[in-house]
Design a protein around this ligand. Structure first.
Ligand code: ARG
Length: 467
């Protein structure tokens, strides 16, 4: 039985009917729909609409639906229900008879879908944060194991300065930690109960909204029924946070693709996560990284779809809002599938530390350190830059590195050069020079590793406390 058939004389066009249904995708919300319905049923009893016996029957029915759903992923798959709300109502009536129809008293699907989506996003946030914590662990372990190995850091994809491999890996840990913080922020605004908001103007029964919110373990209730039934900001915010996770992973992916090429040769992509070529027998292609790079496009696309759907929508509920579900699910499922794969890749990939180290010591990556030598001897920075620039030019013309210039040659460029200049050109000296918090001097990186470890441990505890 339809939830709204009374007013209609004709039946729906079958194609339209099928096309407007959302159950094929909002089945995902079943557990949340049941939780929200339990809370509503209890409020109905408090309001005197259900008697204690009826409440018991309703709760028993809802639990049974939950058990059936837990027992089989196929449960309800062939149902003709319009959406998850309709499905639960129909099932309930099958299980407990007409009392099941009482559950809808005083409520509207508009508040139900708002509640279900909030509960879905809340749970999804916990899951992504947990995945990110594990991902951070893997990056941290690699960073800890890489010791004092160095590599080139790039700007404009041109060799810039040497950094510790650990420093580079910690850059990703920062991005992922920021993602978890962002998600925690979204969690705060999501974790409010819209139950009792009705269709647009508030429930038509005096329902205890705070009690329903407490029942759902929400932080509080939404303040305005018009907003609560039409707000999908939390969906956009969450998807946007996911887009940033995906974007960070795409930057990682791009680096892995580059670094696993023969030209860089820093990383060997694990065979378990690569594929070959049907034509070229020698190939091992970094498919995981390539797909990760591309998947981010989808997530960004889902955010765009959400924003475009909501833009210009008058208050309050419109069926347009049903179209916010699939982008949300797709964004979450894409990211949730991706993170463990990236983690596996990072666990198994081999780093060629000697090669990275060697590349960190050539190509004038000590030039700024060389200029700093002159600055410390009192030469204004701009002039020191100029002197070393000319030294580099001389090297380029004669195919040498800075350390291969003679003291005479150097002194022709500036009288400030001394024998001790050569000591500041070595890799260790260049690394040690960046001795500021957040810099790549080994003492600072050790400190940063400890701090990141603390943050990740704390995050893991928080995530578990929630789950
Ligand atoms: N399936 C609908 C959605 O996702 C549920 C709300 C339906 N409300 C309505 N007034 N038709 O938005």
């Amino acid at each position: 039985m339809k939830m709204w058939a009374g007013r209609f004389q004709q039946s729906l066009n079958p194609e339209f009917e099928n096309w407007q249904r959302s159950f094929a995708f909002d089945r995902r919300l079943l557990a949340h729909e049941l939780a929200a319905s339990r809370a509503h049923a209890k409020a109905l009893e408090s309001a005197g609409i259900l008697d204690p016996g009826e409440l018991k029957a309703v709760l028993r029915g809802l639990d049974q639906i939950g058990r059936q759903a837990a027992a089989s992923a196929e449960f309800g798959k062939d149902s003709e229900a319009e959406d998850v709300h309709h499905f639960v109502e129909s099932q309930l009536v099958v299980l407990i008879g007409e009392t099941g129809f009482k559950l809808h008293s005083g409520r509207s699907r508009n508040e139900q879908i708002a509640a279900d989506l909030r509960l879905y996003v809340r749970a999804a946030i916990d899951q992504v944060r947990s995945e990110l914590a594990q991902l951070c662990d893997v990056f941290l372990e690699r960073a800890e194991r890489s010791g004092t190995s160095a590599m080139p850091a790039y700007t404009h994809l041109q060799c810039a300065e040497p950094v510790l491999v650990a420093h580079w890996l910690l850059a990703y840990v920062e991005m992922f930690l920021r993602d978890t913080e962002r998600l925690a922020e979204v969690h705060k605004r999501t974790n409010l109960s819209p139950l009792g908001s009705g269709a647009v103007a508030g429930a038509t029964l005096a329902l205890e909204r705070d009690a329903m919110a407490a029942d759902l373990d929400c932080q509080g209730i939404t303040a305005n029924s018009i907003d609560a039934t039409s707000d999908r900001d939390f969906v956009v915010e969450f998807s946007n946070a996911l887009a940033l996770v995906a974007l960070h992973l795409s930057r990682w992916a791009e680096e892995m693709i580059l670094f696993s090429s023969v030209e860089f040769g820093f990383v060997r992509s694990p065979e378990a996560y690569s594929t070959g070529s049907s034509a070229m027998p020698q190939k091992k292609n970094p498919d995981l990284a390539e797909l990760a790079r591309a998947k981010s496009a989808r997530v960004i696309g889902q955010v765009t779809a959400l924003l475009a759907t909501l833009k210009g929508l008058p208050l309050a509920y419109h069926k347009d809002l049903q179209e916010t579900q699939e982008p949300l699910f797709a964004a979450f499922e894409t990211v949730q599938a991706l993170i463990p794969l990236v983690r596996g890749w990072m666990q198994e990939a081999e780093f060629d530390y000697p090669r990275m180290q060697e590349r960190a010591q050539s190509g004038f990556m000590n030039a700024w350190a060389a200029a700093t030598y002159l600055v410390k001897r009192g030469l204004p920075s701009r002039l020191a830059h100029e002197v070393i620039g000319r030294a580099v030019q001389l090297c380029l013309q004669t195919n040498r590195e800075l350390r291969e210039l003679t003291l005479d040659e150097l002194r022709r460029l500036s009288p400030l050069f001394d024998q001790d200049f050569y000591a500041c050109l070595g890799l260790d000296a260049v690394l040690a020079l960046h001795d500021v918090p957040g810099g790549t001097a080994p003492v600072r990186v050790r400190q940063a590793l400890r701090q990141a470890r603390e943050k990740v441990d704390l995050l893991r505890e928080n995530v578990h406390a929630h789950a």
